[in-house]
Design a protein around this ligand. Structure first.
Ligand code: FAD
Length: 118
């Protein structure tokens, strides 16, 4: 029998992708260079075209159309991404996440003060 996640299903792919995106946002510079901004914009704009879950990609494309990526700095980017993730959470009936930088940093960068994750 193949190991779990071989091949990854929509949920496993989603968790891995959110981990990558939120972590990358948490470590994005406060004051990115024009090049970093352009590359981040390009990365995020590519998802609706390339993300290998067709209906996820289509919904994300609609979502991003009305909310263009905020690549101005890590605080704005972390919030933008959190809000996009919340729109998926809402659609799937999952809990809504608090998009303050305190909460996103705690989850994706610093860890909670009591040392527990989730
Ligand atoms: P996930 O939603 O994967 O979240 C992982 C962890 O992130 C959570 O445990 C929590 O600690 C943290 N978190 C939760 N919300 C936020 C937030 N707003 N900001 C920061 N951190 C947060 N699945 C579908 O069935 N249909 C879709 O249309 C769909 N679209 C998707 C679009 C994209 C771009 C991506 C990346 C994934 C999509 N998925 C979709 C997958 C879905 O979002 C989940 O990843 C999957 O259902 C697994 O959910 P989960 O409960 O493990 O937590």
């Amino acid at each position: 029998t193949p190991p779990e996640g071989c091949p990854p299903d929509v949920e496993q792919l989603g968790r891995a992708t959110w981990t990558f995106l939120h972590t990358t946002a948490a470590y994005y510079p406060d004051r990115p260079t024009p090049r970093q901004k352009a590359n981040m914009y390009s990365l995020l704009s590519s998802l609706p075209i390339l993300y290998p879950c067709t209906h996820c990609a289509a919904d994300l494309g609609e979502n991003v159309k009305s909310h263009p990526p905020d690549v101005s700095g890590r605080v704005g980017l972390s919030r933008w991404l959190c809000e996009r993730h919340n729109e998926v959470n809402e659609k799937l009936g999952k809990p809504i996440f608090d998009c303050s930088i305190k909460k996103t940093d705690e989850r994706w960068k610093d860890g909670p003060s009591d040392g527990r994750c989730d």
